[in-house]
Design a protein around this ligand. Structure first.
Ligand code: HEC
Length: 114
């Protein structure tokens, strides 16, 4: 009986691991993202809109409220602006915005600093 409980416990732990949310930006190239953000002058246009350094445009509590939406927004902007970004470029830019402004993925594992 004890054995059975142990096995059941191990299975549950396995299931919990399998359900851990996928981290969308794992493996994203942050250096590339930083470069693309500069190259495409994202901040300049945002600053014209909201002032300062433009970062006030990023509102984690607003419409863009999870990592997938953030990535979707970068993809959308890239298409609208005809930037011709590859999917891994979009990942990279979204990952930098997440690291610097939104912090969606940081909340998942509770690690406060990266
Ligand atoms: C021509 C101007 C312009 C440029 C260039 C631009 N943006 Fe934006 N962006 C905007 C405007 C305007 C908004 C706000 C839209 C709204 O009212 O919600 C916005 C909003 C956003 C948001 C959503 C903010 C939020 O939390 O709601 C993201 C993310 C974003 N931009 C990313 C980028 C990235 C990445 C680039 C560069 C690759 C970029 N933008 C370049 C004008 C621009």
């Amino acid at each position: 009986m004890k054995r059975l409980l142990l096995v059941a416990g191990a299975l549950c732990a396995g299931a919990a691991l399998a359900q851990a949310p996928q981290r969308l930006f794992d493996g994203a190239d942050l250096a590339l993202g930083e470069r693309l953000l500069k190259e495409h002058r994202c901040a300049e246009c945002h600053a014209r809109r909201v002032g300062g350094d433009g970062s006030a445009i990023f509102r984690p509590a607003g419409r863009i409220n999870n990592a997938a939406r953030l990535r979707g927004m970068v993809d959308y902007c890239s298409n609208e602006l005809n930037l011709g970004l590859f999917p891994e470029d979009v990942d990279a830019v979204a990952a930098v915005l997440d690291r610097d402004h939104y912090h969606f993925e940081r909340r998942l594992d509770g690690s406060a600093k990266r």
